[in-house]
Design a protein around this ligand. Sequence first.
Ligand code: NAD
Ligand code: UD1
Length: 337
Amino acid sequence: MNVLLTGGTGYIGSHTCVRLIELGLRPVLLDNFANSKRAVLDRIERVTGVRPLFFEADIRDRRRLDEVLAVQPVDAVIHFAGLKAVGESVQRPLTYYDNNVHGTCVLLEALQAAEVRTMIFSSSATVYGDARTMPIVEDAPTEATNPYGRSKLMIEGILRDLAVAQPEWSITLLRYFNPVGAHPSGAMGEDPQGIPNNLVPFIAQVAVGRRDRLTVFGDDYPTPDGTGVRDYIHVLDLAEGHVAALQHGHRHPGVHVYNLGTGQGYSVLEVLRAFERVCGRELPYAVAPRRAGDVASCWADPERAGRELGWRAERSLDRMCEDVWRWQSANPTGYPE
Ligand code: NAD
Ligand code: UD1
């Protein structure tokens, strides 16, 4: 089975690629390197012994997509490509709608023409907005609180409309909670450009000496220790969730929606303590005001994915931190240029 991974050299795409190769499937990677580096391809080869097929392309470039799909027919697509920085999306909303929403429409047209009818889409727990009840089930109300989140909700809506108009499509919307962790080899991991927006990459850079201290955004939330609680999920558990969704999606047309999370929330300070245990030293932090747009708590009910896909996350928070630390200490400045 040939599987197109748009955004395939990105953080989640590259780890999913490794898993697909290990299972004997054939990933076909496509990326424009807007937020990833070519060296990822060398690392995938180092880890798996296989160099994946790769096409440099922008999902908004219809002619190039047609070319890729003609050279390399595929049976399904996992659509990771997208911009994902919430703050940047507030500053540059049109860039986000163009890249994420328009890009997805162009991709869908190219897939239609190539008669590909199975898509797994990277959605996000951000579509639940400020959810009232925890854990969050898939039927909870959705709401966008920023342009990034709105682009995800718009794409979900577009995909649902498409499945109504053309019932032969199989669309799976995977709503990721907080992906963290790295490949256990230490050769692959998350490589944010500039100052990390997300907690775990920031802590990892403090641990490796690239940043002085963690800023904890608020300690006055209605949570056990006052800091924000999230559902962190190991990127390899996430990768396995994509494989399960692919196998299921291929047999079941229609629209399917799954939370990919562990069902367990941890606070900012709990994550910091876990990282300190694995790197063997105390990490400095300072408390600052809440970050605009943050919610107090967010964790998944992953029961539906367990029941319908036979998938559940297995790797612990300590394991997530160990793998991030192995990656970060071996690659203090991320992937080479
Ligand atoms: P990432 O930035 O590492 O990977 C995305 C990849 O898409 C990058 O390699 C980038 O170069 C590529 N890309 C962007 N625009 C493109 C375009 N127009 N054409 C071709 N390639 C393009 O991000 P990630 O963490 O791997 O996330 C993958 C997907 O999952 C994204 O859609 C993201 O919104 C979604 N998601 C991520 C998280 C998270 O915390 N990492 C959480 C929820 C959802
Ligand atoms: C963020 C995005 C969300 C996106 C997700 C995955 C925002 C508001 N939300 O989620 O849309 O889907 O990333 O990419 O950006 N924290 C600190 N100090 C830091 C960084 C984070 O205290 O330097 C805290 C946050 O306040 C939060 C927790 O750590 O309580 C997790 O933050 P983060 O990793 O950014 O993820 P989310 O905010 O859950």
